[in-house]
Write a protein that binds this ligand. Structure first.
Ligand SMILES: NC(=O)c1ccc[n+]([C@@H]2O[C@H](COP(=O)([O-])OP(=O)(O)OC[C@H]3O[C@@H](n4cnc5c(N)ncnc54)[C@H](O)[C@@H]3O)[C@@H](O)[C@H]2O)c1
Ligand SMILES: *[C@@H]1O[C@H](CO)[C@@H](O)[C@H](O)[C@H]1NC(C)=O
Length: 366
């Protein structure tokens, strides 16, 4: 008697009252007959062939692209790296871009750059590791700029050390920025998207969200969480019948010259060009694409991970990425000067990346 009570109580704490296991009620048994199963399988194959045929047709004839003119886009981590390149492209398409970044200098530079090409651009200093900051600035943006219909969760940090050498606060920060911030930004902007049945949420994750890499234990797990976030959210929107709000998951391999993985060792697969990645992201947005993997052939290689024995997977990853963070992180990066750091964060900002130098000129073509 007492154990049963305890069990029930525990389950109430897990929110749903009732016993832990229960037999399937009589009325639910045998609901799905063999015939129905066969029909479902046939329907699946018909659906799949339909999508393959339209896919081939699109690949040949080109994809219809949605108009982004006059929409308002928030790009987190837009003060440098990939974020600034995406911002430039969106501005060119007529979007009003709202950049969020913790790096005030990078933010100002990027706003200038976007305005320089005739774009509409606003910059806000936000610490994405702070939920209060996110909710506060989201409200300000809504009041000062307008309704956001495109949210690009791009900001990311990496600690780049063996797990046991990684200080706790950096692990915490990696999760705060790389995945928890997505919850808060989505909670801030999704309601208006649903209300107008118009919106798009983009998650910039990484190949590291699908494959584990040494020295990136916190990074990989946070990116893996970001992948799960996108997929579950997309399904949830579909289940709720919200047709006008799309989500896209972007999983690039290492990118050259954004600052994040500058000196990573990568064999066989060349590091990606940041301009090409930015182009790919904008393409995914304009075609409502749910998943973009870069380079594209990784989409075929990934399933092999589940097929071959672990020692083979391990060998491939180790040969592909002999060292994800060869140099100790802090030593070669520009130090944050005190006046760039909001007072509340002084002394806490030692995680990577804090790109103070904007990407090199040659890498900023739109
Ligand atoms: N560079 C790569 O090799 C690579 C590969 C795959 C995925 N990615 C992902 O792409 C995204 C962009 O990466 P990047 O290469 O442009 O990096 P980056 O370091 O050049 O830019 C990241 C931006 O986010 C900002 N940022 C960091 N912490 C913040 C915080 N707490 N609050 C507000 N802003 C913050 C930084 O100031 C910077 O401007 C990241 O999510 C990254 O994980 C990068
Ligand atoms: C993308 O989705 C929007 C909103 O549902 C729709 O209006 C648009 O036609 C779609 N575009 C493409 C290219 O699929």
């Amino acid at each position: 008697m007492s154990t049963e009570r305890e069990e029930t109580q525990e389950y109430i704490n897990g929110m749903r009252p009732g016993p832990l296991t229960r037999e399937i009620p009589e009325c639910m048994r045998d609901k799905y007959t063999i015939v129905q199963t066969i029909l479902d399988v046939i329907a699946f194959w018909i659906l799949l062939s339909g999508y393959i045929i339209t896919g081939i047709y699109r690949a040949i004839m080109g994809y219809p692209k949605k108009e982004l003119k006059d929409s308002i886009a928030v790009v987190t981590g837009g003060g440098g790296g990939l974020g600034s390149l995406v911002a430039l492209r969106l501005a060119r398409l007529g979007c009003t871009v709202v950049l969020w970044d913790i790096n005030k200098q990078g933010l100002e530079d990027t706003v200038k750059l976007v305005k320089g090409i005739g774009g509409k651009c606003h910059g806000y200093v936000v610490d994405l590791a702070s939920r209060e900051d996110i909710y506060r600035v989201a409200k300000t943006v809504h009041e000062e700029v307008g309704r956001v219909s495109l949210l690009i969760n791009n900001a990311g940090v990496v600690s780049g050390q063996y797990l046991l050498d990684t200080p706790d606060h950096l692990i915490q920060r990696t999760f705060d920025v790389n995945v928890l911030a997505h919850f808060w930004t989505v909670k801030a902007f999704l309601p208006h998207m649903i209300e107008h049945n118009n919106g798009h949420i983009v998650t910039i994750a990484s190949m590291a969200g699908h494959v584990g890499v040494a020295k990136l234990v916190d990074y990989c797990s946070s990116k893996s969480a970001a992948c799960g976030f996108d997929e579950a959210l997309r399904l949830e929107l579909e289940v709720r019948g919200i047709k006008g709000v799309h989500t896209s998951l972007i999983c690039p391999y290492f990118i050259r010259s954004t600052g994040m993985f500058e000196e990573v060792n990568s064999r066989f697969v060349p590091q990606l060009n940041s301009n090409e990645v930015a182009d790919r992201i904008v393409f995914a947005i304009r075609t409502n694409e749910s998943l973009a993997v870069m380079p594209g052939y990784f989409r075929l290689l990934l399933p092999f991970k589940w097929l071959v024995p672990w020692p083979c997977v391990s060998e491939i990853i180790r040969r592909l990425v002999p060292d994800a963070a060869p140099a100790p992180i802090a030593s070669h990066r520009p130090q944050l000067t005190d006046d760039l750091v909001p007072t509340s964060h002084k002394g806490k900002l030692d995680s990577r990346p804090m790109t103070l130098v904007p990407p090199a000129r040659h890498d900023r073509h739109v």
